[in-house]
Design a binder for this molecule. Structure first.
Ligand code: NAP
Ligand code: FE
Length: 375
């Protein structure tokens, strides 16, 4: 049994300013990695620039990270970071910029390598990474993973290196600009992390502390999210600062849970759904949770009941109906569901995260119970 969580995490209002000395201690030339718009709107980029400007630390901003960032994007950004001679990387945004920041930090630190090394088993170290999340789902600020889109393989996959951020600065105020749909999708990603980590071949009492606490925190968000789902296009003005911080807390705790175990089958299947249908990450994972738990309960109903009770549901049916109300549905063809089942069955490392034997029929059941499958 082991436990490893090396990231120094702060979660509080005005976190970046409060911890600027520590932020500045990681390097002298900062490479800022962020998305196209949101960090300029929600104040996170301005908070970081204020600290760097105040102390005249040179920086370069790369603000062209797309959702589900690709290997190609990461390589392009890394080339700019190398030229700038960056010695630390600050990721600001959702999981996409944070994951990209980790991969970019690895490539800059190893200028002799090209992007192929991201998926090779080499002994490479990355530049220090500081992570400032602005969504409440991936927990990337505390996990070692960096999931990239691999167009060559028509799917997404985490790179082969464990890159924990040195420092995570978490502030709920950055969520104030998020619309309801983004809050729902990313919060459901955090839910999936708690469920998949709790029902995992590597689950142990250490990670139960995080997955179970995350599930009980998430249980408190259940009615809040139901309210948000009633008008998801709008920014939910009814949310208090405390609500926003609670969303961030659930997300970091869920990240701490998967940092000990990895994710499991719902995430593995989700990558195909996101790649082929453009379904946002959290929705693509959440849509499978109830059917996954049904499958798991065939072998271990006690653990599934434990998850349900921490969340405040009395059955996988009511849990699944709730998630459908939050997420809506996803349609795929029968041909696709067969292909995805084959792909999962060929993914030995993901299958090994499931603690029981599982066959193609079971994977197909998860797919067909979760999605609208058309002929
Ligand atoms: P995201 O792809 O980072 O961002 C989604 C959208 O939200 C973007 O359009 C972004 O805009 C916008 N956005 C971000 N923060 C916002 C805010 N505060 N207000 C308004 N809009 C905001 O979404 P994500 O769900 O956080 O990350 C998904 C990625 O993380 C996937 O690639 C997934 O595979 C990965 N992931 C990683 C881990 C891990 O352990 N490392 C775990 C789970 C998932 P801009 O583009 O303008 O910024
Ligand atoms: Fe996830």
């Amino acid at each position: 049994m082991q436990f490893f969580a090396p990231t120094h995490v702060y979660l509080e209002k005005n976190c970046v300013d409060n911890h600027k000395q520590e932020l500045l201690s990681y390097g002298k030339r900062a490479f800022i990695i962020t998305g196209k718009h949101s960090s300029a709107v929600n104040g996170s980029l301005a908070d970081v620039l204020a600290v760097l400007d105040e102390t005249s630390v040179p920086y370069l901003i790369y603000n062209d990270i797309e959702e589900n960032p690709s290997v190609e994007t990461v390589a392009k950004a890394a080339a700019e970071g190398k030229e700038f001679q960056a010695d630390f990387v600050i990721g600001i945004g959702g999981g996409s910029p944070l994951d990209a920041a980790k991969a970019i930090a690895l490539l800059i630190a190893n200028p002799q390598e090209d992007a192929c090394c991201l998926y090779e088993p080499k002994d490479l170290k990355a530049l220090p990474v500081i992570a400032i999340p602005t969504t409440c789902g991936t927990g990337s600020e505390v996990t070692p993973n960096a999931v990239l889109t691999r167009h060559a393989f028509k799917t997404k996959k985490s790179i082969s290196y464990n890159i924990y951020p040195e420092l995570a600065l978490v502030d709920g105020k950055y969520l104030a600009s998020a619309n309801g749909r983004l809050l729902i999708h990313t919060a459901v990603d955090a839910l999936a992390h708690c469920v998949e980590s709790r029902l995992h071949a590597k689950a142990n009492v250490y990670n139960h502390m995080f997955s179970e606490y995350g599930l009980s925190l998430w249980g408190q968000l259940v009615p809040v999210l139901e309210q948000i789902a009633a008008g998801p296009d709008a920014v939910p003005s009814s949310l208090s600062d405390e609500d926003l911080e609670a969303f961030m807390l659930a997300s970091t705790v869920a990240g701490m849970a998967i940092a000990q175990t990895t994710t499991s089958l719902p995430h593995a299947i989700s990558y195909e759904i996101t790649y082929n249908h453009g379904v946002p990450h959290g929705k693509a994972c959440g849509i499978f949770l109830a059917a996954y738990m049904d499958e798991y309960a065939r072998n271990n109903p006690e653990d599934v009941n434990r998850v349900l009770s921490l969340l405040g549901f009395d059955s996988t049916e009511s849990f699944g109906e709730y998630l459908r109300r939050l997420l809506g549905s996803v349609a795929i063809t029968e041909e696709e569901s067969n292909l995805y089942a084959d792909n999962i069955m060929a993914n030995a490392s993901k299958l090994s995260t499931y603690p029981f034997p599982i066959d193609r029929e079971a994977i197909l059941r998860i797919l067909t119970c979760s999605l609208d499958v058309t002929a």
